[in-house]
Design a protein around this ligand. Structure first.
Ligand SMILES: C[S@@+](CC[C@H](N)C(=O)[O-])C[C@H]1O[C@@H](n2cnc3c(N)ncnc32)[C@H](O)[C@@H]1O
Length: 324
């Protein structure tokens, strides 16, 4: 059966608009200019305390990799998971700008374990309790993982991308995958394809094949569930724009702060565990050692939520994007 999304009128209109060189209204309403300097605030704080500090509509992207009560660590042990999660989900919706998005990491394989939550329970809760739109369920397929004897060894995790409104920001060009020369030459001859899009590369699709971090990966700072920078980078590049604010209130290893610095976004990263301070320090050490920060780009990294400034409130800077 043909993919139903190909017959979707909005989808077809968007493809026609692109072919004619046009842009979606969510892109044209934003005044995007490269940030001169960015500010990165980190703190040791409970997720709900962090969210309570933030104004409505001030954040462009939330990277959210919550604990799911699967006893991975001491923090992974909640009695009524969904009633707790529903509080930070509602607050996340409040702080997102109309162009904003939240990317929630998780898996579906944990159902049935004592006291557990999982991404399925979160998505189902959102259906009934949130106005946000499920833009994509991304399958993150990793080639490396544990072996298994009593079931098929797990090689994927999901990322549920919810957009705050249908005016959400999405920069596909920032994350296209270049074609190899042979494929590009063949596609350029195909009259049905737009040469400009072929030049830019392919849509990376909603299945991302990217490795997990191995135990001895150079990126590791010591956090037990650290996500690879490449995965966070793709989300940050596609769903936020330079100078906007990225928030991570379960920041773990601090990888979101690292990527935000690299990509010229402002960030707010907090975690309840005091060891977070050490992880952030290591992230910055790695960034500087690897020369990953453009020398022309200035950034400030400051501890304490009291240090949030106007750069963290993009809702003030782009009022036209708020109009639906
Ligand atoms: C799955 S990990 C996040 C890993 C992170 N995405 C990374 O790549 O490094 C979840 C994090 O949530 C933190 N956490 C647990 N309960 C919390 C709470 N109530 N408020 C803030 N952080 C919390 C834990 O300390 C842990 O670091």
């Amino acid at each position: 059966m043909a993919n139903r999304s190909h017959r979707n009128a909005g989808h077809r209109a968007m493809n026609a608009l692109r072919k004619a060189g046009g842009k979606h209204s969510s892109e044209s309403s934003l005044s995007i200019s490269p940030a001169q300097s960015t500010r990165h605030v980190f703190d040791v704080a409970d997720c709900l305390d962090t969210l309570a500090m933030l104004p409505d509509g001030s954040v462009q992207l939330i990277i959210c990799d919550p604990p799911y009560n699967i006893m991975l660590a001491d923090w992974d042990d909640r009695v009524d998971y969904l009633s707790w999660a529903s509080q930070w989900l509602a607050e996340a919706e409040r702080v997102l700008a109309p162009t904003g998005s939240i990317a929630i990491f998780g898996g579906l394989q944990y159902q049935g374990e004592a006291g557990s939550g999982d991404l399925l329970s979160i998505i189902s809760h959102m259906r009934g309790n949130s106005k946000m739109l499920l833009a994509n369920l991304i399958i993150w397929n990793y080639p490396n993982g544990m072996s298994a004897q009593r079931f098929f060894a797990s090689r994927h995790e999901e990322i549920a991308w919810f957009a705050r409104t249908k005016k959400y920001f999405f920069d596909l060009d920032a994350v296209r995958e270049p074609y190899d020369e042979e494929t590009k030459a063949a596609y350029m001859k195909d009259k049905r394809l737009n040469p400009e899009s072929v030049e830019k590369g392919r849509n990376p699709t909603n299945v991302w094949r990217m490795s997990r971090l191995n135990g001895n990966s150079r990126e590791r700072v010591g956090h037990p569930t650290q996500k690879p920078a490449a995965v966070i980078e793709r989300l940050v590049r596609a769903l936020s724009y330079p100078g906007s604010t990225v928030l991570d209130f379960f920041a773990g290893s601090g990888v979101t702060a690292r990527v935000a610095i690299q990509e010229g976004r402002n960030s707010i990263c907090t975690d309840a565990d005091p060891v977070f301070r050490d992880y952030i320090a290591k992230q910055v050490e790695f960034l500087e050692a690897d020369g990953l920060v453009n020398s022309a780009r200035q950034y400030e990294l400051v501890e304490g939520l009291k240090n949030l400034d106007a750069r963290h409130n993009r809702a003030n800077a782009v009022p036209s994007a708020a109009a639906e």
